[in-house]
Design a protein around this ligand. Sequence first.
Ligand code: C2O
Length: 541
Amino acid sequence: MTTRFYDFKVQTMRITKLCESKDIITINKMFPGPVVYAQEDDRVIVNVTNETPHNITIHWHGVRQRLSCWYDGPAYITQCPIQGGQSFTYEFSLGQQKGTLFWHAHTSWLRATVYGAIVVHPKTGVPYPFKYPNEEHIVILGEHWVRDVVPMEKEVLASGGGPPPADAFLINGHPGPNYNCSTNDVYKIHVIHGKTYLLRIINAALNMEHFFAIANHKLTIVEADAEYTKPFTVDRLMIAPGQTMNVLVTADQSNGRYSMAMGAYMSARNITFQSIPAIAYFQYTNAAVNSFTKSAKLPSFKDDLAVKTVMDGLRSLNPVAVPLEIDKNLFFTIGLNVQKCKSHQPSKNCKATHGGVLAASMNNISFVMPNISLLHAYYNKINGYFSEDFPGVPLNSYDYVNGAPNNIPNDTQSLIGTRAKVLDYGSRVQLILQDTGTVSTENHPIHLHGYSFYVVGYGSGNYNPQTVKLNLVDPPYMNTVGVPVGGWAAIRFVADNPGVWFMHCHLEIHTSWGLSMAFIVKNGKGEMETLPHPPNDAPKC
Ligand code: C2O
């Protein structure tokens, strides 16, 4: 076990993209931010000093934070934000986790620019389950707005409408030649014919899911959310914000230049939508200077089938420990709704978290961020900031056990509130996530903090326990699942990590609208089942 130290200085940096200059928030004036490299079993210590006036926190997305909930990072859930001039040191162990994950800001919409990769190599001497490639590269997908994202969030919430689409998609911070003034703002991977490359693909985008493809080259997925998968070869993949995938690519084409493209997956049926793909180059080093460029073909933005193909192919490589018996059977609706309340005041009758029109909820509760950390309130038994009555089934009493067909789940009767669902230590949980599609049918990448979970099933329409067949043999072990458009996903996990764990849609606008909730996992009996004391330097609200 090695301890890896990192110094993260939160700093502003001036960048020019699409002919426009702006200041963005970064870590160490790097965009994307610094890579955290470690090895399985290592301890990671990151000292974050905030040199900007913006409140910030950093979340280690996908790191399970076993017995270290205090360092998970979501603002107002496990900690108060680090204010300008303050610092906070994150400390956690990786345990047996290895693979590609990422870190990002977890306050307002700052993760639009504050993100970077986490690369955890296997222990020395432990081989990869595939022939180790000649080289590895990190490929982070992002979204860029010419405007500042922090005021944009406030305006979008006040306006009642949806967020403006990104002005550009980015691959490792570069939009590529499809955009204005961006002919030279292109990321390139130089490759040699016959060699194999491992791409660590991370979707760090804010508000949209994406397709990714390389012209004329196959992608073999070998890992998803930092867990090995059975190798699965595709022409293109869909990766949702919050997901990471390792793919192998063999440079087996004639010398030339091949585009790597990132385009939108929207899945909403009833809209027309246009976006420009970001382009990077997979460039053979021996290609003549003016040799051809082959363009990658992306699916149409509403190609649900292309998404299903990728989901169907994700299977755990190794034997899995999926719980076969269930102690807690939960059913959560997720979706957007049109709120009727114009008040900012929390009240039982108000159906919104903000002054706009669109809202979102889980089980008819539109989540309201408290103004202290939930973990702090829970740990110190401070009353008045949250309640422990998050419903285990939708409030509109959909009978999911019998699949009551006349009472389909919906989000039209949502309340606002800061409610948590309490789980006993060690309980084996099955959670059905049902997209209700009341306002628009939209795919929701649902991310759970503090855990990975087995994705044991998914499908279109309403979940029906009578007909469904779950995969209890080789389900993928993920931290973010794209719940299909107007469909459902079933996940299982064992609640063996005490603390307060946020669960939310990784499309940031949906979290802002309230598509989130928190689990409280109680302590067990032993020392290794108990959340330790809070850190001394924890920021105050
Ligand atoms: Cu990557 Cu709560 O998020």
